[in-house]
Structure formats: structure tokens, C-alpha cells
Design a protein around this ligand. Sequence first.
Ligand SMILES: [Zn+2]
Length: 247
Amino acid sequence: MNRIVGHHTGGPGTPTADDLNAYHRIVDAAGGLHDGRFPISANAPGRNLAPGTYAPHTLGLNTGAIGLAMAAMGGASWGDPVGSTRFYPTDLQVTAFISEAARLCRVYGITPTRKTVLTHAEVQLTLGVTQANKWDFDYPVFGPTNSRDPLVIGNMMRALIREELDAQEASGRPVTREPIRFVLRRGMFDPAVRALQARLQALGFDPRGVDGHFGPGTFAALVAFQCASELLPDGIAGPATLTALNL
Ligand SMILES: [Zn+2]
């Protein structure tokens, strides 16, 4: 195998039967790993990829390519990727995705470059293999950015994978580390959101439920807190807001 393509499934936070058919490895919302129906070797170079015998994760680019996906983004719209889904990738999920990508690089001897470890949204741009409007990933899943350029997002992904790969190579095994901490924002479903909601509630800003889902109630409560604290009232819990909340 000589390539890894990173995807979101466009489904819920746990893999569906279709997802298991399409990808080799799928990370669920809790960071758990699932094997797809087809082993990675089913896409090996030199094999005749007859329909129903391999994981068809990337149009025209399945030979030698490992399909690694996050079970995420069901119901999302391209115009509002962050706010339109209950299944925005979680910190645990992204962390496990990066760890698994690095492990696969190690196992298959793949050096991460733009051509060998890339997101689905980069395939057409970088390799010239036409895809059907795939946008996994052109939103800020690997860290805060305002850019929706797939190459910018892909570079952030590769930087995390290289860092993880170095750590795995140093220790000879996958590294257990703290989840990568990102900002909390509308659309996320994550234990960290639950902590945010509990904190807001304790401070008298009612998030309309402590359920781990960053919906309109949490957004309104956070904006009210930010106004009261003279923070930028953007409804996004970044470092300044989280610090002000003692989180
Ligand atoms: Zn994809």
C-alpha cells in the first residue's frame, strides 16, 4: 500500500453498513476503531478490483490506497459544515484518526507527503483524479483556521500525523496522549461540550440542557456569558473564553 486517503462518512457517529463497505478503517465519535468489511489487502496494487471485492472509498483511486474515515458529518450542509450537523468530528475522534493514520504509515512504510497522505478533498486538486464534489475535508477539523482550502486543511492534518509518527517511531508503538484540544463551537457533540454546559449553568447562563450537544441554547448562553465577561461575543469557546470559564 502506498497511500492513505482521509474521509468523513457523511453519516452518524458510528459506522453504518454502507460505511463498513466503503472504508478499511473507521473511527467512531468516541475514538473507537472499526475494521471495514474488506481488509486493506483487498485494495493492494496488482489486484483486479472487481466490484464487491474491495473498499471503494475514492473514485478512480482505490488501488494501493487505504481508506481511513471518521464516522461523522451526517446531515451536514456544505454551506455550514460546522453548525449544520450533530455529528461534527469530536476531539477523541480526530485524535484517534491521527493516531491510526500514523500507525498505518508506520506499518506500510508510507512517508506522509501531499501525494501519499491526503484528504479526499485534495485528491482532485493534487492528483488530478476527478471526484464528485467531495468536501472531506474543507472545514476546520484539524485545528482552528478560517480557511476552507483543502490544501491548508490537508497540511494541518499531515503536520499532526508527522508529529504522531515521530512519537510512535520513538516509542515503537502507538502513543497514548491527551486528546488534541480544539475550540468548542456550534454543531459539536462532545463530552467537553457537556462540561461547558454544566459550567455555564452553574454560572447562571442557562444552556437549555447539559447533553453534550452544542446547539442554539448553548450558543445563546455562551454569547451571554461572553458579553457579561467583556469577551468577544462570537459564541465560540476558544482559549480566552475557556480560561474565563475555568475550563
Ligand atoms: Zn470521502
